[in-house]
Ligand binder design. Structure first.
Ligand code: PRX
Length: 648
């Protein structure tokens, strides 16, 4: 089935076909105007699609730094994810498909009924261990069904989960456990990654000193021997075996804290982003449904780890609230070979695939032969998230994975927004490489200059969100209300949430995200974002990816330095450098000219694919590079040191 068709006039623009429009939840662009006329009423209508134990009395409270949604309403995220489907007679539908990394190990498939039993048992066990509403529970688990079960068990009883990515170090885990004051930790013996057994329990043990953790629940995933402290540690399977199969879902206030998720800011200390129950449930449910056009027969495969917001919202809560099957894959995309993801899609007849541009670029590098080996014809919608996607990767994804049949939904959002905010909708379109799309109906996003005034069509500026703030927008940073105000409302005041992203909008209202702007330079008295220079350079047709950082300069104060990755086949040369300078002149002006352009093979990135500009900055400034152990590609740092003549 063809779900998209090309625009007759504009190259690489696509629109939904009639088949897609017929299947889509929304296909009439009027929805944007309708929602814009009264966003609060729009969200109230969406909220009616989920189950409330008690209806709200006030839909939106517009207080500075203390906006609230569905006030007085009572609901439960876990009830909406599981019980409502079981009660509707859909208990035998598949809820979760677990794909272990070892290819010969059987899948674990849980129906909604199974999930209700598993979640209830753990929830009952947590209660028996004294965990009460509002208590924080750390979750340090690999990609196994228990990760979803643990999150669901917490929200079921009103405990606040704080999930820590299993590849984070003991130090990072400790910081988060201390900051959140967690009383209990759920972890595992280990997991498999690239065919190797990875220990997890010893890291967890190391992280506990200095925390308030009293009990540790350990999932037996690999079965290899791990140290167990008989006073503190409990095996998950033993703990839940005697528990009852049903635990009622606690009616929670709409504004009760659901979870804390730590994310990095511009400083070294992670920030505990808080999400509450009602607004988060409504926006996650609605965006999952509309962005990916979810129907009950869909098989949704989100490749994000549960340790990131994408795993929270679009691997766990979003798909389950929509009653679809969610695929959880334990391991690495290149194990046992580069075709693993495509093999999983074929095997489980995946219909929606949601991944990151970094992953797509990796697949491009691995070669076309891998996806070509598999039947990917069940796919209907492809999604991307987390960073701007370059045209080359977009087109590869569109052609090789989507077979030129599927829309690419490029979703812009953040840990702080909890759910997607800017994207094209599958039944409406258009789908354009490097352009995310319009703000979701009911979300008022605009692009402003440094003074908060909207910029003209096509001009670069800052992406901000106006009240009524999106229902899922963070309510604050755990334990640090002042930092919350300063970080997001410091620039433009309490009526404009500042995303810290640069963006530009076309005449149709489609937004292109150009990247973070927190790294601001002052070049010869001009305020300039590194992301703006990156945006300009990436306009050059041979540039694949680019990172710009600033370096002090005796005369101009600071100057930009660019690290440029070229497209496949392009050759670095002095002439190309001159062309790039001209491109910067064209899009910004001579003040933004990079003082230096380095053609490189790779730049340091986090595991989630973000360029670590901090490291590049240290390299060009000859400063200490700091900890690089959490990078996805620490090996590139040595090569870069050589290239820039680092003497730090
Ligand atoms: O810069 C934007 C980028 O990722 C940032 C948020 O990162 P994080 O909180 O880790 O959440 C990532 C997953 C939602 C944003 O400020 N970003 C996210 N999605 C996109 C994006 N940049 C461009 N296009 C996107 N689709």
């Amino acid at each position: 089935m063809k779900w998209v068709q090309p625009d007759p006039k504009r190259e690489n623009w696509y629109w939904p076909t009639e088949a897609m429009k017929a299947r889509a939840w929304v296909s009439d662009p009027k929805i944007y105007e309708e929602a814009a006329a009264d966003p609060v009423a729009f969200w109230a209508k969406r909220a009616e699609e989920i189950v409330w134990f008690q209806k709200w009395s006030e839909t939106y409270v517009d207080e500075p730094y203390a906006y609230k949604w569905f006030v007085g309403g009572k609901l439960n995220l876990s009830y909406n994810s599981i019980d409502r489907h079981v009660e509707a007679g859909k208990g035998d539908k598949v809820a979760l498909i677990w794909e272990p990394e070892p290819p010969d190990e059987p899948n674990r498939i849980l129906t909604y009924k199974d999930l209700l039993v598993e979640v209830s048992r753990l929830a009952n066990a947590l209660k028996r261990l004294g965990i009460k509403k509002g208590d924080r529970v750390g979750i340090y688990l690999p990609m196994i069904p228990e990760a979803v079960i643990a999150m669901q068990a917490c929200v079921r009883i009103g405990a606040v989960h704080t999930v820590v990515f299993s590849a984070f170090s003991a130090e990072s885990l400790r910081d988060r456990l201390v900051d959140s004051g967690a009383r209990l930790l759920i972890t595992a013996d280990g997991y498999y990654r690239r065919g190797k057994l990875i220990d997890l329990k010893p890291q967890a043990d190391q992280a506990l000193t200095g925390t308030k953790v009293e009990k540790v629940i350990v999932v037996r995933r690999t079965g290899h021997p791990v140290p167990m402290d008989p006073k503190r540690d409990l095996w998950y399977h033993e703990l839940v075996s005697g528990e009852k199969d049903y635990c009622p879902a606690e009616p929670l206030d709409s504004e009760d804290l659901a979870f804390i998720l730590y994310t990095s800011g511009t400083t070294g200390k992670p920030k505990g982003v808080m999400h509450t129950t009602g607004g988060y449930a409504v926006q996650v449910y609605t965006t999952a449904k509309w962005d990916f056009n979810l129907h009950e027969d869909d098989v949704h495969f989100c490749t994000a780890d549960v340790g990131w917001i994408t795993g929270h919202s679009y691997l766990n809560y979003g798909p389950l609230m929509n009653g679809v099957a969610t695929v959880v894959y334990e391991g690495s995309p290149d194990y046992p070979d580069f075709g693993r993801m495509w093999q999983i899609i074929e095997k489980h007849k995946v219909t929606v695939y949601y991944t990151a541009p970094t992953a797509i670029r990796m697949h491009v590098k691995w070669g076309d032969e891998w996806p070509k080996k598999y039947d990917l014809s069940t796919l209907r919608v492809l999604g991307t998230v987390g960073e701007p996607i370059n045209e080359e990767a977009w087109l590869w994804y569109f052609k090789l994975i989507g077979g030129e049949r599927c829309p690419i939904i490029d979703t812009w959002w953040q840990t702080e927004t909890g759910a997607t905010c800017v994207q094209a909708l599958p039944g409406i379109g258009p789908f354009i490489p490097t352009v995310a799309g319009r703000p979701f109906p009911g979300i008022r996003a605009k692009i402003v200059d440094a003074g908060g005034t909207p910029v003209n069509v096509g001009e670069g500026g800052y992406l901000v969100i106006e009240p009524p703030f999106p229902p899922a927008l963070t309510r604050g940073l755990y334990g640090d209300p002042e930092k919350f105000k300063a970080t997001y409302f410091g620039e433009f005041g309490p009526r404009l949430y500042f995303t810290k992203d640069g963006a530009r909008m076309d005449e149709m209202g489609n937004i292109r995200i150009t990247g973070r702007v927190d790294d601001v330079m002052n070049v010869a008295g001009h305020r300039l974002a590194t992301a703006e220079v990156e945006d300009a350079l990436s306009q050059h047709p041979l540039v694949s990816e680019v990172a710009v950082v600033s370096r002090p300069d005796d005369i101009k104060g600071e100057v930009p330095v660019a690290f440029v990755l070229l497209k496949a086949g392009a050759q670095p040369s002095e002439d190309l450098k001159k062309e790039l300078i001209k491109t910067v002149d064209k899009y910004i002006g001579p003040t933004a000219r990079p003082a230096e352009i380095y053609f490189v093979e790779d730049v340091p990135k986090t595991r989630s694919g973000k360029i670590m500009r901090r490291i590049l900055k240290a390299l060009v400034r000859g400063e200490p590079v700091g900890d690089i152990t959490t990078l996805r590609n620490p090996e590139c740092v040595e090569e870069l040191k050589r290239l820039v003549g680092y003497k730090g």
